[in-house]
Design a protein around this ligand. Structure first.
Ligand code: NDP
Ligand code: OXD
Length: 321
């Protein structure tokens, strides 16, 4: 069933995001495609597409003619949190705008640690004028990227432009120009020994949950110019064991961390992370999904699908990302 103009309807289901701006953007990109906002449209046979960020569990399985789910994030763990998902294709965000935002964040945080930002900010607070005479060059530092996907590969190329050496780790073997690539459980040890600053851009899946734990930190190189390594997690909070991170900072298995994501968001005001001197926090702000850059290509994908063309940027349901 389609609307009288032949277009399948869209159901927008967002948790924690203001819907108006997304609806307005649909109005501009696809004025002839009707959009309903959840809970309106629930069980409507005219709904062919669900556009979601943390949709209410059970909602999608009630839609009898759903053809595809569009995630408003690059990560899709929020979609899979609903255990009664209908068996339809899931499209995720792959967008130059989002990728560029993430690479900005990665370069910013890597440079901040490399150029001793946390230390100089602490000195400023105490009015201390003291230059570290041993500032390393970017070429002395290796950045290890966990996750060589859309985001990891772009961040790697931008870090290389800054002069850093870059290594990477992925599930399946990759070849990325100028990046020393490792893969799978067999490649993890060599990868962990290879870097001084670790940037995590992994998806949250059953395989990666809790991967940032004490065992991993003990396997990271401590011989580099920074001594203990720096950890930057912009993937998902579920990747990290937060008690292990705090203990690793105290034991100097890690020298500093930047965390954009947490197991519970927003982070509890009582969390020890807020005031820890070796912790930098950003509020899941590394790379926001922007309506003006995501809705237009999404609407064009729906048009193309209705002309019989295949959907792109599909999630592998078995792999979970
Ligand atoms: P991709 O799917 O393109 O890349 C994921 C990478 O992780 C791939 O290289 C993949 O390996 C690797 N990977 C997956 N599982 C494993 C595993 N078990 N072991 C080793 N490597 C693994 O994702 P994106 O690059 O687009 O996004 C990555 C994540 O970033 C998202 O899932 C999301 O959680 C997070 N994100 C966070 C944002 C923020 O604001 N903080 C914004 C946007 C995204 P392979 O190449 O072999 O498939
Ligand atoms: C995403 C996010 O997955 O913003 O895109 O976290």
């Amino acid at each position: 069933m389609t609307d009288s103009n032949g277009k399948g309807r869209v159901l927008l289901a967002l948790t924690g995001w203001e819907p108006e701006v997304w609806i307005n953007e649909f109005g501009k990109a696809a004025p002839d495609r009707p959009v309903a906002l959840e809970p309106e449209g629930e069980a409507d046979p005219g709904i062919h597409y669900a556009v979601v960020w943390k949709q209410p569990p059970g909602l999608l399985s009630k839609l009898p003619n759903l053809k595809a789910i569009f995630s408003l994030g690059a990560g899709v763990d929020h979609v899979f949190a609903d255990t009664s998902l209908p068996d339809v294709p899931i499209v995720r965000v792959v967008s130059p705008d989002l990728t560029t935002r993430m690479s900005e964040y990665v370069v910013w945080q890597v440079l901040d640690h490399h150029r001793l930002g946390p230390r100089y900010r602490a000195q400023q607070a105490d009015r201390i004028w003291e230059e570290d005479q041993n500032q390393k060059a970017a070429g002395d530092i290796t950045v290890g990227i966990m996750g060589l996907g859309e985001l990891g590969r772009d961040a790697a190329s931008k870090l290389r432009i800054m002069g850093f050496s870059v290594s990477g780790w992925s599930r399946t073997q990759k070849q990325v120009e100028g990046v020393s690539c490792h893969a799978g459980a067999d490649g993890l040890g060599a990868f962990l020994a290879s870097a001084d600053i670790f940037v995590v851009l992994l998806p949250l899946t059953p395989e990666t949950r809790d991967i940032l734990n004490r065992d991993l930190f003990t396997r990271m190189s401590k011989r580099g110019p920074l001594g203990a390594p720096v950890l930057i997690n912009a993937g998902r909070g579920g990747l990290q064991n937060e008690a292990d991170i705090l203990a690793a900072l105290d034991e100097e298995l890690l020298s500093a961390v930047t965390l954009d994501v947490f197991q519970q968001e927003p982070l509890d005001p009582e969390s020890p992370f807020w005031t820890h001197p070796k912790v930098t926090i950003t509020p899941h702000a590394a790379a926001a999904s922007m309506p003006h850059s995501l809705i237009e290509p999404m609407a064009r994908q729906m048009d193309a699908y209705e002309r019989g063309e295949p959907l792109i940027n599909l999630v592998d349901r078995k792999a979970g990302y």
